[in-house]
Design a protein around this ligand. Structure first.
Ligand SMILES: [Zn+2]
Length: 133
């Protein structure tokens, strides 16, 4: 089972448990001791906190998955690059990036793909202002 599904199941279980505790609280008419009520209230609070934490873990998990997918993409792009005249040349379109010359400096520095503009015998980067030939 994927982690995100396991978390969704865990959150479901917490939700059901919260409902059960609420039901217990409602049907308990004979045991009206303060201790019992306090314990139930504590349990509800703990479960609500647990639910919040699980949702946070789920969000963090999704974020990390996106980062990993992005790194996989960059790895594929890196493999496809050819070093030509101090630039990275992409022969065919990949992940929406058009064939052409890309700034080596920007890709290695920030991981961003910046298209280079031919200018005379140079290629210019509008982002880092680099000039390559
Ligand atoms: Zn650049």
């Amino acid at each position: 089972m994927p982690e995100s599904s396991m978390l969704a199941v865990a959150i479901d279980v917490v939700n059901k448990s919260i409902q059960t505790v609420k039901k217990l609280r409602d049907i308990d008419l004979k045991m009206q001791t303060a201790e019992y009520k306090d314990a139930l209230a504590d349990l509800l609070t703990d479960m609500a906190e647990l639910k919040i934490k699980l949702v946070e873990v789920q969000e963090e998990n999704l974020k990390l998955k996106k980062i990993i997918a992005g790194q996989d993409q960059k790895g594929e792009i890196r493999k496809a690059f050819k070093l030509i005249r101090n630039t990275y040349f992409l022969e065919s379109e990949l992940y929406g990036y058009k064939p052409g010359y890309y700034c080596q400096h920007c890709f290695e520095g920030t991981g961003e793909l910046k298209v280079l503009t031919p200018f005379g015998i140079y290629f210019l980067c509008s982002s880092c202002k680099g000039r390559f030939n």
